[in-house]
Design a protein around this ligand. Structure first.
Ligand code: FMN
Length: 469
């Protein structure tokens, strides 16, 4: 099934949510673990770097060129996918990135070579224990650092049914962007030549990558790769235990399945697109972004919905399109800003377009649309109290024409990256931000003033009552 078809059949409409409640009988575990593999505890309190988010985004960081060690890896994994908070009951935890329904369908792996006190090998990040489980050894003397993001779709499908693959891709895009930021904050990137950095959405053969990562393709699929120094192609790999045992770790719940629609969508959107990763932003950003420590910003990031209908400065507002240039432009994806309370900006819908890497906003519809948008977001009326909202639309035909079958995934991963940038900027600017994946698809496009296009994501931004910690 093509991505366009999948998106269309999983659209929410008032006449029915095409969902049908949770899948019975199989509550998934949200933490993958390999109990019998060698475990490397990552330091819980590594010395933290002092750069700001502004430094990271503009490439102005002057990071200490530390040796490659477990402390750097601790910062990288904690800031990419680590637990940053637990709820009052202590049962549920939250991570460095947001996730639709807090279901965290993704897993993170890395091929690591040249790190002190860590044998060259393939590792899985054990989120619950903040440590690395060694899956394989790699016979090589090189230094390498190649991270993979995979997804266990059932974790999300359990609640969201067929619509879950959308959320899996958006979540993965959030992690992808966050991995780029964390690698920079940790200083790991300073050890590898920029010319060799590659980001990849998807992969050429999922079967081959599943085999290499030793994950079970029935339950878990690779989604993206971030490589600052790729694993050498000829390196000899030895798995530390029986492949069958390794594969069994991918199963989310007894006999649980995510169904044919997601399976067809996954199989119909396989493909590989390599992108230049994280170009630095050359536009001027607000000075506040250079004042807060990036680590604190990431650790404090949460979804905040308690907006107070306050206005924000044009300077803060304009930092969003500037930051989005890291993930854009790509053909087939359009970003709109629905503005209601931004100094010096008329209320209305603005389309983002790029002149090279320079962002511009064009007013395409004047008026107050936030209440209408909130209503289209399944009546999540807190959206209407935000200063502005970001709406991202896909043109799947264009995406598929440009990137082939993988076009849909490319688009959704980019949208997730924009989402993560939006969360990070908001936290650093003292604003609230919350992503919205639950909406009546065609009503959202109508708010923008369009009859075509597919709604991919909505994010609301504005001043909030108080910080929820
Ligand atoms: C793709 C995506 C879709 C989301 N959709 C909604 C939504 O429709 N409504 C909502 O209130 N929160 C939504 N969220 C926010 C999640 O509920 C939130 O990230 C999760 O509960 C974890 O909390 P945290 O972001 O504070 O760490 C969404 C987040 C993501 C990444």
């Amino acid at each position: 099934m093509k991505g366009s078809e999948y998106h269309e059949i999983t659209a929410y409409q008032r006449s029915g949510l095409a969902s049908g409640g949770r899948i019975r009988g199989g509550t998934p575990s949200f933490f993958k673990t390999y109990p019998t593999l060698p475990f490397y505890q990552l330091p819980k309190t590594p010395e933290l770097p002092s750069c700001s988010l502004g430094d990271v985004l503009t490439g102005a960081t002057t990071l200490a060129s530390n040796e490659l060690n477990l402390s750097l890896l601790s910062i990288f994994f904690a800031l990419t996918y680590g637990i940053t908070a637990t709820d009052r009951t202590g049962i549920y935890s939250f991570r460095a990135v947001p996730s639709a329904g807090a279901l965290y369908p993704c897993e993170v792996y890395a091929w690591l070579g040249g790190f002190r006190d860590l044998p060259h090998g393939l590792y899985h990040y054990n989120v619950a224990r903040h440590g690395l489980e060694q899956i394989a050894t790699v016979d090589s003397n090189d230094a390498f650092f190649e991270a993979w993001i995979t997804a266990i779709p059932y974790r999300s499908a359990w609640k969201y049914r067929d619509r879950a693959f959308r959320y899996v891709l958006l979540d993965s895009g959030h992690i992808f962007e966050q991995a780029l930021v964390s690698a920079k904050v940790s200083g790991i990137t300073s050890k590898f030549k920029e010319a060799n950095w590659t980001g990849t959405y998807g992969c050429r053969s999922e079967t081959a990558i599943c085999q290499r990562l030793a994950v079970d393709p029935h339950h878990e699929r690779p989604v993206a790769r971030v490589a600052f120094a790729p694993l050498p192609e000829t390196a000899k790999i030895d798995y530390l235990t029986d492949k069958k045992e390794l594969l069994s770790a991918s199963a989310p719940a007894n006999g649980a399945d995510y169904g044919p629609v997601i399976l067809n969508a996954i199989n119909g959107t396989v493909g590989e697109v390599t992108i230049p990763i994280a170009p630095d932003i050359s536009e001027k950003l607000p000075s506040l972004l250079f004042q807060n420590n990036a680590v604190q910003v990431i650790l404090n990031r949460r979804s905040r919905r308690n907006f107070i209908k306050g206005s924000i400065s044009a300077d803060y507002f304009e930092s969003y399109p500037k930051a989005f240039s890291r993930a854009l432009p790509i053909k087939g994806l359009t970003v709109y800003f629905v503005v209601e309370r931004v100094d010096n900006y008329d209320e209305g819908v603005y389309e983002l377009w790029f002149d090279g890497t320079r962002p511009n906003l064009k007013l395409t519809g004047k008026g107050m649309f936030m209440s209408q948008l909130a209503d289209a977001c399944l009546h999540q009326m807190w959206v209407s109290h935000a200063s502005f909202a970001i709406v991202v639309l896909l043109n799947t035909e264009e995406l598929e024409k440009t990137y082939g079958n993988a076009g849909y995934r490319v688009g959704m991963l980019c949208v997730g990256r924009i989402g993560q940038l939006c969360y990070l900027l908001s936290e650093a600017l003292g604003l609230g931000c919350c992503g919205v994946g639950a909406f009546y698809d065609y009503e959202v496009t109508r708010v923008i003033g369009l009859h075509g296009g597919m709604s991919a994501y909505v994010l609301a931004v504005g001043p909030v009552k108080k910080q929820v910690r």
